[in-house]
Design a protein. Structure first.
Length: 155
């Protein structure tokens, strides 16, 4: 069992869950074109992401997202990081969620060709370390799609 990591904000992080969140977020942005989650609560036992969507996801959509994340996990893709200047990131990423006082050098976390995201959090070194991914519930209300997910045993 992996030990949680305490980041610079004294927030406990569980790298497998945080990395799974990146995979789901990246695919949601690609498929539905409404960006990454505007609200996230990432915990060891279960996590949730909220998205602005004009209509609810169907059961088939949810199953397809779950299958997608598990497929990337099963490929045991390398998770890397690179450090680049803020100016290099401005055309590639939404800079609106950067914390105030962020440095001029930013870290990009890359999960193979599947996702790239500005992030200061902790991640696994390969997706095979995540374990199985399961969406446990999804609900849509007033234009907000919530997705709740858990991790299980390694695939």
């Amino acid at each position: 069992m992996e030990t949680p990591i305490i980041n610079e904000h004294n927030k406990q992080e569980y790298p497998p869950m945080h990395t799974a969140e990146h995979l789901l977020n990246g695919e949601m942005a690609r498929r539905y074109g409404h960006g990454r989650a505007f609200s996230a609560h990432i915990e060891r036992k279960k996590s949730k992401l909220d998205y602005h969507l004009p209509a609810p996801l169907t059961d088939a959509d949810i199953k397809s997202l779950e299958d997608y994340v598990n497929q990337v996990i099963s490929q045991d893709v390398e998770v890397t990081e690179e450090y680049v200047s803020r100016s290099e990131c401005e055309d590639r990423f939404d800079m609106g969620r950067l914390p105030e006082g962020a440095s001029d050098t930013l870290r990009i976390v890359c999960i193979g060709s599947y996702d790239q995201c500005l992030c200061a959090g902790s991640h696994v070194s390969r997706t095979g370390e995540i374990g199985s991914f399961r969406i446990t519930s999804a609900r849509w209300q007033d234009g907000v799609q919530r997705i709740v997910f858990k991790l299980g045993e390694k695939l």
